[in-house]
Design a protein around this ligand. Structure first.
Ligand code: V47
Length: 344
């Protein structure tokens, strides 16, 4: 298929809903057949004290949420000990931008996990956190990225991308990592032979044009580095934050956006329907609109659940795999960089 340009990508939204779904499904089947990937993972969010001011965020403790916390390394290691027993293969560690703790507090988390559990994949620090650590501790991006690798970070999650259009960014998260900086950090990470993901927060003040522009910018870097494993459209959650969006995006628009992204991002292998923000039910339907990955069991999650997502306690592995099977797909457990581990 020819590469889709901006105008044609926008027109995809006006296609018949099911015809668009079929196009994306054909593309998904060519890449992954009937397989739906997931992993057994645990999200850990070690601190919610934040120096930044994203209006969409309900997790940060500095504004609407009065309950500040910063976990000790011992508490984090207790969690990892527990999940290791339960078969988890990845910890996904994302925090707020805490100016009151040292760089060693951040890096020590990874170092201690990697030393005691070398078989567990550490996916940690969004580009927004890398930018914060670089500014706060007066280090270059290269220095922060090298320290991450030295201390045991294996891959980077895709958070902090939000919407790359600068005007929208100014409205929703002025003052944090810019789009250019976000891409610079991921480019440098890929140049070190490492993989990362990329997200898009949608369903708030952005337009369809902004979403396509977001995808085009990702496609451009991916052509150069090939370092993105997965694209993750995150459905904006409306509660407890300062954006004041009254009407959540419709399921129809979510599925269309999934399908459009599958077709536009022809060089990104995986499309994740992140059940945390879409609901499990819609994530299952998204399997027919281009999505081939449902993230993981998660066990506990604090960022999206603070804004209303029903994800605080993860999903049960048996229920999860049964749902994937009952919706007509083959649940395949993967590791963090998409090697297949087990067909369930
Ligand atoms: O960057 C914050 C988003 C992200 C809200 O890489 C919100 O595999 C919805 O990036 N409504 C963090 N979303 C989560 C994230 C992620 C999740 C799962 C997998 C991966 C991966 C990455 O959560 C933030 C921000 O974009 N977020 N507030 C909200 N109200």
């Amino acid at each position: 298929m020819n590469r889709i340009n901006f105008e044609d990508a926008l027109k995809l939204y006006d296609m018949d809903f099911f015809e668009l779904g079929d196009l994306a499904d054909k593309c998904r089947k060519e890449l992954h057949g009937n397989k739906t990937y997931f992993n057994i993972n645990r999200h850990i969010n070690p601190t919610n004290v934040c120096a930044d001011v994203c209006l969409f965020c309900a997790y940060s403790a500095t504004r609407k949420n009065p309950n500040q916390y910063t976990m000790s390394h011992e508490d984090i290691l207790k969690i990892v000990e527990e999940i290791d027993k339960n078969g988890a293969k990845e910890v996904h560690i994302v925090s707020a931008h805490n100016p009151n703790v040292t760089l060693d507090w951040y890096l020590g988390i990874f170092k201690k996990i990697k030393t005691q559990y070398p078989h567990i994949h550490v996916k940690a620090l969004t580009a927004a956190e890398v930018d914060f650590l670089s500014r706060h501790h007066k280090l270059s991006y290269d220095e922060v990225l090298d320290l991450m690798i030295e201390n045991g970070v294996d891959s980077m999650p895709g958070g902090g991308a939000e919407i790359f259009d600068e005007k929208v960014r100014d409205k929703i998260c002025k003052g944090k990592v810019t789009s250019d900086q976000w891409f610079e950090i991921h480019r440098k990470w890929h140049e070190r032979g490492k993989k990362s993901n990329v997200t898009m927060l949608f369903g708030h003040v952005e337009s369809r044009e902004n979403r396509i522009d977001h995808m085009m910018r990702i496609r451009e870097l991916q052509d150069k580095t090939g370092g993105f494993n997965c694209f993750i459209p995150l459905v904006y959650q409306t509660e407890n934050n300062y954006l004041n969006i009254e009407a959540p995006i419709t399921a129809n628009e979510v599925l269309k956006t999934m399908a459009v992204s599958r077709l536009v991002l022809d060089n990104v292998p995986n499309l994740k329907a992140y059940w945390v923000t879409s609901t499990v039910n819609l994530a299952l339907v998204a399997q027919e609109f281009g999505a081939n990955d449902l993230d993981g069991t998660i066990e506990k999650e604090s960022i999206n659940s603070a804004a209303g997502a029903k994800s605080a306690n993860g999903v049960n592995l048996e229920d999860f795999t049964a749902l994937i099977k009952n919706s007509g797909f083959s649940p395949v457990e993967r590791d963090s960089v998409y090697n297949e581990l087990k067909v369930w």
